[in-house]
Design a protein around this ligand. Structure first.
Ligand SMILES: *Cc1c(COP(=O)(O)O)cnc(C)c1O
Length: 399
């Protein structure tokens, strides 16, 4: 008998994914990232699939990066707790705390790791986490990693959460965790009510501002700032890799919280510190976000215009109130067909399928950036055409 291949199941599973139109293929972007253009397969497309919301990722941060490179080398050589944390890391953490108006901040290799490590450092098997149904994968995985009891509340449903909180009486600690701006539907968490519930039930409240940092709030601190709830939120997670155009995640909180994370967040100290040059990029990004509020103002104005025009044409943009504008198409087949059609017309708009969204909730995820011009948005609206069915998930018909 021929020996069996213990990896043969992978081929079978990949084929099943492909048949269900759920298989992902690696892509290669040619040329530099730009908020508004992308070169794929030798073709220049208008890019509606970047999280570089403020247009900082391409060239804006290079002066800061070059200055840092002149003074230092590249790799940090060790975990931040051993010898990896340099002057620029410390400066960025101070800068983040100042920007976020918190006592302190801690830099992580990515936003994903920040969530994973922070949730697991805050709670354990004797504790309960209350997690919004639509939270980001990194929060979900952090919840699992913590081994705490995880209770999922219906998306943005504070009545449901209140009920669940009052049922959880015999635990040690409670943690409520939510995205502030949800990455697929572009809607906000009900942060005022969540802060109130956290206070009433003596729960910690952790809010992930990944898509909102630099974009929302008078000073760009995010949705907690724009809704005026910063004082009621115990930990704010952010990323340097979306609006701030670079790479890295962070947590901003009171000093003891940050000290605890530096001691207990395994993704922080069991991983090598990012190059100091990355910290320099973060510092430069904070400077631009602070000095150029017009970037976020213009972006949000454009987003409101786009949503209005799509709705006028019969499309459902759901609860979106941000630079993330979903167009709901329902099933994976019509979503991927629309993606292909737009791509032929020179527009890159990612189609989102399970597991990123629930079954039957497939959507085109339009993400706008500061670099999109009126005429680009006009072309997108034109190519999408009119949705004659005019109702969610019923049709991908268009003119
Ligand atoms: C992208 C994202 C993250 C992860 O951030 P990275 O810096 O890209 O690792 C975390 N939370 C949310 C809500 C995100 O959208």
């Amino acid at each position: 008998m021929a020996p069996s291949d213990p990896l043969a199941w992978i081929d079978t599973e990949l084929e099943a994914l492909a048949r269900a139109n759920l298989r992902r293929y690696l892509t290669v972007r040619q040329g530099p990232q730009s908020g508004a253009h992308i070169s794929l397969d030798g073709r220049e497309l208008i890019n509606f699939g970047s999280n570089d919301y403020l247009g900082l990722a391409n060239r804006c941060l290079l002066p800061g990066i070059q200055r840092a490179l002149e003074h230092g080398g590249w790799g940090s050589g060790a975990s931040p707790l051993i010898t990896g944390r340099g002057r620029l890391h410390a400066e960025l953490e101070l800068g983040l705390a100042k920007f976020e108006k918190t006592e302190a901040a801690l830099l992580f290799p990515s936003g994903f790791v920040a969530n994973l490590a922070t949730v697991a450092a805050l709670v354990g098997p004797q504790d309960v986490i209350f997690s919004d149904q639509n939270n980001h994968a990194s929060i979900i995985d952090g919840c699992r990693l913590s081994r705490a009891h995880v209770v999922i509340f219906n998306h943005a449903d504070t009545d449901h959460l209140r009920q669940l909180l009052s049922q959880a009486t015999s635990c040690r600690r409670r943690l409520i965790v939510t995205d502030s701006l949800f990455s697929m539907d572009g809607d906000f968490a009900p942060l005022e009510s969540l802060a109130q519930l956290a206070e009433e039930h003596d729960a910690m409240l952790m809010v992930d501002e990944a898509h909102a940092t630099g974009v929302f709030g008078q000073n760009g601190r995010g949705v907690c700032e724009s809704l005026g709830v910063e004082d009621g939120v115990h930990l704010r997670v952010g990323t340097l890799s979306k609006g701030l155009g670079s790479i890295g995640g962070f947590v901003a909180a009171r000093r003891p919280v940050i000290d605890w994370l530096a001691n207990q967040a395994r993704g922080y100290f069991f991983s090598t510190a990012p190059p100091e040059t990355v910290a320099a990029a973060g510092l430069m990004a904070l400077e631009i976000v602070t000095n150029e509020p017009q970037r976020r103002c213009q972006l949000l104005t454009q987003a409101a215009v786009l949503r209005d025009r799509l709705i006028q044409n019969g499309w459902q943009t759901g609860p979106s109130a941000s630079q993330i504008v979903p167009v709901y198409l329902g099933d994976a087949d019509s979503t991927m067909a629309m993606t292909q059609r737009l791509r032929k017309a020179g527009l890159f708009v990612p189609g989102i399928r399970p597991p990123s969204v629930r079954e039957g909730r497939c959507l085109l995820r339009i993400s706008l950036t500061f670099d999109h011009r009126d005429e680009m948005i006009g072309r997108l609206v034109e190519e999408l055409g009119t949705n004659r069915a005019g109702c969610r998930g019923e049709s991908s018909e268009q003119n």
